[in-house]
Design a protein around this ligand. Structure first.
Ligand SMILES: Cc1ncc(COP(=O)(O)O)c(C=O)c1O
Length: 344
């Protein structure tokens, strides 16, 4: 039984259970529908029925050993991955400018963070990826139990995961890939290769690019390690059923003909924008990010001008401005952006 069917069955039963609103007492009437979906059937700590089946189906879709549904963002997946493969006192190699959850994960595991720095692309004000050669320098110097890579970066810089994995294997280190911004990758050949079948752990936020609700995410592993226990240690025993159900639907949509077509169209629309719009420079990285810069303007000034014309960007630095695209970015939005870029 899928999570959706379980929900239908549950609604035909009179439940003397949590949650106490019983799906019909709405303190905030605006969220009526949300209350209706808020049931307590599922135990993510020991999934037995619908969730177990749904996660197994997801793992088949992604070609992983296990795929776990996360209702507390990629943050929880990264922490669980580190807890699953690292013991107290061991070393974990992390980027000194990574998302704060990487360092928190290492701290929670009682391990030691060893930091690597990345070279800056001064033209664009963003960081380059780490190469396998650079990584080997760190791994050959110190015993490292796990490495965390962010690929793609916030701005869309992608790493060569295959060669990085080979180096990790050579030195017996687990590879954890923070693919929070790459949840569309497994479903479109025009996008970079996903790490889901390569790294030991890959974590993706569905809410960032794949049209999911905040903070839905996925934790994929190619190992047999007990990542479920690690996740249990940091998770509530009352996960949001509504969120779990949207995760199931989200994955099925991404994997469907319709979903794949939608992703492909999004990529084509962005490629077209880049082709026809000559008033700014576009960074060549992950196509789902539009990283732009304009001569004689700082990134902040460009961001300001976009904002004055009704366009809000995601992140800006001294040199460039970044706009995130995802399943919700339609042609109308891109046309509007094109007009504004031509105007400024
Ligand atoms: C690179 C990167 N990793 C991890 C995270 C955490 O993801 P989440 O918000 O899904 O917990 C973020 C969020 O901004 C991020 O940008």
């Amino acid at each position: 039984m899928s999570l959706t069917n379980l929900f239908r069955k549950r609604h035909k039963t009179v439940c003397f259970t949590t949650p106490s609103h019983s799906q019909k007492f709405f303190i905030t009437s605006k969220f009526q529908q949300f209350y209706k979906f808020d049931i307590s059937e599922t135990d993510t700590h020991n999934p037995q029925a619908a969730l177990k089946i749904s996660q197994e189906k997801a793992s088949k879709i992604y070609g992983t050993k296990k795929t776990l549904f996360l209702t507390n963002g990629s943050t929880s997946g990264i922490i669980a991955s580190v807890l699953a493969c690292v013991n107290k006192g061991e070393n974990v190699l992390i980027w000194d400018n990574s998302h704060q959850c990487h360092k928190n994960a290492v701290e929670l595991a009682g391990a030691n963070p060893i930091f690597y720095t990345l070279k800056k692309n001064v033209d664009w004000g963003i960081y380059n990826s780490i190469t396998a050669i650079e990584l080997e320098k760190y791994l050959s110097n110190k015993k490292i139990k796990a490495v965390i890579i962010t690929s793609p970066s916030y701005e869309g810089v992608v790493s060569d995961i295959n060669s990085i994995k080979k180096v990790c294997e050579k030195y017996g280190a687990y590879l954890i890939v923070d693919e929070a911004h790459g949840a569309l990758y497994p479903f479109c050949e025009k996008l970079p290769q996903s790490a889901v079948n390569i790294a030991d752990f890959t974590i993706q936020s569905l809410h960032k690019t794949a049209g999911g609700l905040n903070p839905t995410a996925l934790l994929h592993t190619t190992t047999d390690l007990d990542v479920e226990s690690a996740l249990s240690k940091i998770s509530t025993t009352s996960p949001s059923y509504a969120l779990l159900m949207t995760i199931e639907k989200n994955i099925n949509y991404l994997n469907s003909k319709k979903g794949r077509k939608k992703i492909s169209e999004l990529v084509e629309n962005i490629q077209n924008l880049k082709k026809i719009c000559k008033s700014v420079k576009f960074f060549e990285g992950d196509l789902t990010k539009i990283l732009i810069k304009k001569e004689n303007l700082t990134g902040y000034e460009l961001s300001e001008k976009l904002y004055e014309n009704g366009i809000e960007d995601e992140k800006t630095n001294e040199k460039s401005t970044m706009l995130i695209c995802g399943l919700g970015t339609d042609k109308r939005m891109l046309n509007r952006l094109e007009k504004v870029l031509k105007k400024i």
